[in-house]
Write a protein that binds this ligand. Structure first.
Ligand code: PMP
Length: 392
């Protein structure tokens, strides 16, 4: 009887919030919990370019035979061009398709463990899955607190000072853009400082780029990642298409490795293939095929970029409307305007988060993280009123 040795694990707190929200009968309830994009009506629609690519795929696909552990190579090639651009010579880049950004991070972690990386330094707070994911793959996470929620700022000096404790050969996780859960990224000067700091100390950067196009703009959002990749001899880049193509459940992502030369790239790639094979054998095809069809077709690419830009603008205007609430008690909503992308974390205590849920049917993570796309303009007014009620 082996199962008796297991202990019951706690529910995922965010899934619990989703369940509570679904069961809440109040008409004015607001869901700021789950991290998916929503339109003004609260829907997470399939993008028109994705539908068009899917229709084409349905009529043109002639086989569903296996592709291989590297997945759809056309997808990987097109994505590399889009993301890495000419920041690094193409013979220094290898990549493969993964089940979402999570799969890419998992593969990155396993490659690091195999290469003897013992620790990964992560600015805290970070996406709740980062620390357990790296730990379970054998790379110990070391957290560096480096955000001030009151002023909504990233403490660059604090982050760099934290990194001084790193050993050469340790890894560093960096959110490429639209930080989850804070929404605050380094500026261009900050990225340059981080890049040289990492290069000088011989650290391995792992860039997690899961929201490209939802921050400042498509190329702008890759600028930090490109600064890092062009400064160091070795790096990993985990990419997710699940937000910017709205493909969530299709689990669409890729892992890229930047290597010193073509020969070490071939070695890294052979290790990645073996690790993928032992994990999922081959990644799911559908989402990557859709992205490939879009990226290989100029008109579809333009349509997708247009839709993505509409999503980005919606987030930007909701953020501005939220920030217009100004100071409410000790909370300076105006500072939320510093952020980008889907998330912000407000300086709310767990008790205040609970109070907002019970009294005003406003649902968010216990940490105070909100999904800005969960709002519409009416809900923002409701939210401002609820905060005023809370501090009254
Ligand atoms: N990294 C970050 C920062 C994320 O927020 C997410 C998704 N919430 C992921 C990676 C994983 O993305 P995917 O859904 O493609 O696995």
């Amino acid at each position: 009887m082996r199962f008796a040795t297991l202990t019951r694990q706690p529910d995922d707190p965010l899934l619990r919030i989703i369940g509570q929200h679904a069961a809440d009968p109040r008409a004015r309830k607001i869901d700021l919990g789950v991290g998916v994009f929503r339109d003004e009506e609260g829907r997470t629609p399939v993008m028109t370019a994705v539908k068009a690519a899917e229709t084409r795929l349905l009529s043109e696909q002639s086989s569903k035979s296996y592709l291989g552990p590297e997945g759809d190579t056309g997808f990987v090639r097109a994505l590399a061009k889009l993301v890495v651009g000419d920041a690094v010579a193409s013979d220094r880049v290898v990549g493969l398709q993964t089940p979402g950004g999570t799969g890419a991070l998992r593969l990155a972690a396993e490659l690091m463990a195999r290469a003897g990386v013992a620790r990964i330094w992560i600015g805290s707070p970070s996406w709740a899955n980062h620390a357990p994911l790296f730990r379970q793959a054998g790379v110990e996470p070391a957290m560096i607190p480096c955000f001030d929620l009151g002023t909504q700022t990233f403490d660059l000096d604090g982050f760099l000072t934290g990194l001084n404790a790193a050993d050469s050969g340790d890894a560093v996780l960096l959110h490429g853009c639209c930080h989850n859960p804070i929404g605050i990224d380094p500026n261009a000067a900050g990225w340059s400082v981080i890049a040289s700091h990492i290069a000088e100390r011989g650290l391995l950067p792992v860039v997690d780029l899961a929201y490209q196009g939802l921050g400042d703009g498509f190329d702008e959002d890759a600028a930090g990642a490109r600064t890092i990749l062009s400064t160091v001899p070795e790096a990993l880049l985990a990419y997710s298409c699940d937000k910017n193509f709205g493909l969530y459940r299709e689990r669409t992502g890729a892992l890229f490795a930047i290597t010193p030369d073509r020969d070490s790239g071939a070695t890294v790639f052979s290790n990645l293939l073996g690790l993928a094979r032992a994990n999922w054998s081959m990644p799911p095809d559908h989402g990557a095929a859709i992205v490939r069809i879009i990226l290989e077709d100029e008109a579809l690419t333009a349509q997708w970029r247009d839709e993505l830009e509409t999503m980005r603008r919606r987030l930007e205007s909701l953020r501005a409307a939220l920030a217009a609430g100004g100071r409410i008690g000790a909370i300076d909503l105006g500072a939320v305007a510093h952020g980008k992308g889907m998330f912000a974390t407000l300086p709310l205590s767990p008790a205040q988060v609970e109070w907002l849920r019970d009294r005003h049917a406003i649902y968010m993570a216990g940490s105070g993280r909100i999904n800005i796309a969960g709002f519409n303009l009416a809900a923002i007014a409701t939210f401002h009123d609820a905060l005023r009620d809370m501090v009254a």
